[in-house]
Design a protein around this ligand. Structure first.
Ligand code: FAD
Length: 385
């Protein structure tokens, strides 16, 4: 564990997608930014994620795009298959946000999206934070905005004063409670995730796209039987990440959420599941971890004089558009542009909030009302073409 300094220029709370990106970007901009993360170590968390070109272009400002593209796989669209026969029922490019209903007239059509393993990306980012500026095992307890800065106090009794603090502590953010303590809500869907080598899939099925194995139709959702299986390529296509989207995730509540027995997932698959989909489960090289989907209203306020919140802390959203991590990267991009324009100052924090809050609100609304229904997406794209 590193020594926690008493005073720093910027303290970032939370080492996830937003916080680590901010730590790298701020230090590259010559600002002494220290990151405080509750976990004692960075481990394997969260399965695959996707970033679209707009977010990768923000990473390019700090030279982070090249290596990112090497560890990710550019998706060749979405393919939908029947979960019982494997028959392809639809194949189409990933819809852009404009097509999905987000108010952005310049971005209608398909978009280029890369899939990657979240843990790989986070591990790589930690290696780019200057030595001595990453402080693990520090769980934020409280934050205070004072006349000449802000003070963070951790559960281990340590305290740090910073000129500015960035709260990037995710959907259950403590930092956000300073502005808006609205509760986190648990949705009736959970996602169980694992990973297997590409060899588990028949060789004539390329590992270059996102696949939905449509299982909702095979069960009564009310009785908690419907299951979608979603796969995505990661690690240059050498591995497949697998998501089991389970309606009624509460049926798994008696399991350790970070190590779900495979037979519990197998029992949730339709009886007539296509062989290769079952084979993915048998070939897993990762434990099956379960993530209940959660919701929290967008924070009503994102900044005070010396504190700003970013990412899920400010605007957690459903993963239906694959935008939560993308938007946390855009938050960092905007904040850095505002710091460049106004210096590291309250004015920069306020400018960041003024640009980001209204735009992200529109994305959160669309994400909330979008169902995981690839056939409906396809129909909408065709209607708008
Ligand atoms: C199933 C699923 C699929 C998704 N797919 C996509 C996708 O394809 N594309 C996409 O863009 N987004 C996706 N998302 C959303 C994305 O995961 C989040 O929006 C993104 O991780 C938010 O980043 P963050 O840094 O704000 O928070 P997080 O990544 O959650 O990081 C928060 C960090 O803060 C730490 N922390 C929490 N509390 C404290 C505390 N009190 N003190 C110190 N540290 C603390 C945590 O340990 C964690 O490391 C998905 C989400 C889910 C659930």
């Amino acid at each position: 564990m590193t020594n926690v300094p008493e005073h720093v220029d910027v303290a970032i709370i939370g080492g996830g997608m937003g916080g680590l990106t901010a730590a790298v970007a701020l230090n590259k901009a010559g600002i002494e930014a220290h990151l405080f993360e509750q976990a004692p170590a960075f481990g394997q968390v969260g399965g695959h994620l996707t970033l679209d070109t707009a977010a990768i272009e923000v990473l390019a400002r700090w030279g982070l795009d090249g290596h990112f593209r090497e560890m990710a796989v550019e998706l060749n669209g979405i393919e939908v298959r029947q979960i019982d026969t494997g028959e392809i029922t639809a194949a189409f490019p990933l819809p852009d946000l404009g097509s999905m209903g987000v108010a952005d007239p310049n971005r209608k059509g398909s978009r280029v999206v890369h899939a990657f393993l979240r843990a790989d990306y986070l591990k790589w980012l930690t290696s780019l934070v200057p030595a001595g500026r990453l402080h693990l095992g520090n769980r934020l307890k409280s934050l205070q905005d004072v006349a000449d800065g802000a003070i963070a106090e951790f559960e281990n009794g340590k305290k740090v004063k910073a000129n500015y603090i960035i709260g990037a502590d995710g959907i259950r953010s403590m930092a956000r409670n300073l502005f808006d303590p609205a509760e986190t809500l648990v949705a009736p869907v959970s996602v169980a995730r694992t990973m297997c080598p590409v060899s588990a899939m028949p060789a004539d099925i390329p590992n270059d796209r996102m696949r939905f194995f449509d299982g909702w139709a095979f069960g009564d959702k009310e009785a908690n039987h419907g299951t979608h299986v979603l796969t995505a390529p990661v690690r240059g296509g050498a591995f497949i990440c697998i998501d089991y989207q389970l309606h009624g995730g509460d049926q798994l509540q008696d399991c350790n959420p970070w190590d779900i027995p495979a037979e519990r997932i197998a029992a949730r698959l339709p009886k007539e599941t296509w062989g290769p989909v079952r084979a993915l489960l048998d070939a897993r090289v990762e434990v099956i971890a379960s993530y209940p989907l959660q919701d929290r209203p967008v924070a009503t306020k994102w900044t005070s004089d010396h504190i700003a919140i970013i990412g899920d802390a400010a605007h957690a959203m459903r993963p239906t558009l694959g935008q939560g991590a993308c938007q946390s990267i855009h938050d960092v991009g905007q904040l850095l542009m505002d710091i460049e324009a106004h210096g590291l100052s309250t004015a920069a924090l306020k400018a960041y909030e003024a640009v980001r809050a209204p735009y992200v609100r529109s994305i959160v609304d669309v994400a909330k009302n979008t169902k995981v229904d690839p056939k409906a997406w396809k129909k909408k794209i065709e209607e708008e073409a």
